[in-house]
Design a protein around this ligand. Sequence first.
Ligand SMILES: [Zn+2]
Length: 535
Amino acid sequence: MLLAIFSGFAVVSAQAQDYDVVILNGRVMDPETKYDDIAIVGIKDGRIAVITKEKIKGKETIDATGLVVAPGFIDGHQHCIEPYAYRLMLRDGRTTIMDLELGAYGPKLDEWYKRREGKAPVNFGVAVSHEFARAAVLDGFTDWKYINTPDALRSRVKQGWSKTRPTLEQGNKILAAIDEGLQQGGLGIGSTLGYMREGVSTREVFELQRLGGLYGRFIDMHFRYTPGDDVGEVNGIQEMLANTAALGTPAIAAHFNNPGYNLVHELLVRMREKGYNVWGEIYPYNAGSTALNAVFLEPEVWVKALGNKYEETLQDVATGEFYTQQTREEMIRKEPTRPVIVYKCPEEWVVDWIKLPGVAIGSDGMPLLPDDNLTWDTLYEDFPNTHPRFAGSFAKVLRIARENNIPLMQAVAMTSYNYAKPLGNMGLKAMQVRGRMQKGMVADITIFDPQTVTDNSTYAKGTLPSTGILHVIVNGTIVMKNQEPLKGVSPGQPIRFEPVKSRFKPLNKEEWVKTFYASPIDFGGGIPGSQPDLH
Ligand SMILES: [Zn+2]
């Protein structure tokens, strides 16, 4: 009898500790099953162990009464994956941040991951960079400090990466550098083609997509004519999708929040209906941000071809002043890669973008520079200015949805599931178990107040944190409580593939002739004025 009482007590005691974290009475929303109900969530060993109406207990409890319990937000386009950025990411509800566009230098991909392992509150991932492979081969760039985007501020000072058509030998070296990154588990190939529109031939783009396809991985592309007009933008994605159609490889349309977006979206939807794994992402702002010397900002393109005026469209991030053609040229001589904001769309288009089904959010957040003294503890107000998408993209999606009666489930899908689903379909295990509020999924969870959630960052002050996102859980560990990110709590996991052996075979003319009866004279696919080599 005594034993029975004792064991009964033990059972109760075990139940009390059944869960690591319990989230009480929140509105649980799952974009995959469309489950949308008040429920209790129990988390154990990093996973969602139960979603129930029954009372359960855990070591830690979060009261989510009146709040939405959503899958953690997944940002597929964040160029700043550094310790000083993490607090702002959590304030905006982001539990996974990945740079799938510019990416990291292939041969150093493993090092990029190692630098972050065990030190990040959020999950992190990266694609293999096309641009950096070109900078290494065509400009001899070797000064890797970051391995990813912030290095571009120095590698972009030279122009070979942007304007040179490689020889076949150089082309093979570029592909081999990218291949190293794919072997090391890079998520796909990221191409900033729009910055290299003269130097990169259609042949080179095709071979990139073919290489990624050998591993079943995506190309993520800043299209050739972005930012452009509606025709240029659509022609840009058509280049990528035509290759996708020929090769069957996955593809991501980076930031298609530009003129022509409705046809870009329709192309993606129709390709998906035909079974292709292609998707697009947007950031919810009418302006972009880039370096001052970007090729598309040159007067022949930006002013003559696209009809823009510098005085109305090109703003200095740090000073807020607008450039003229003359002040732009002066500044390029002093600081060629200085960050600028580029106005390119009417503000009301943003609402339209948030309505697009199947579209994901990629913030395109930029590194803050200079970053010498920036840390986790730096005050938000003390950060160097940047485009507001860095700090506010995800909360802004939720605010725009609320203000325009767009269903909350649509917004929740955009912020999480719409990136997880296609990446999971690509065989990426880490994304087959994220972006969903279901039993058995990884407990990356963002809890927000649907009535008040809002972005606060602006073009004048781009580093102000979002508000109304209260609690964030990553891999089952609470990393933000009551809007207070917890310092030194680092459950973030690498999002990557397992290392694999090389599948790359260097290109050679004999194979081409044998297969297609025509031989490109070089990797550029033909230099104007040259004679094709038929031997
Ligand atoms: Zn871009």
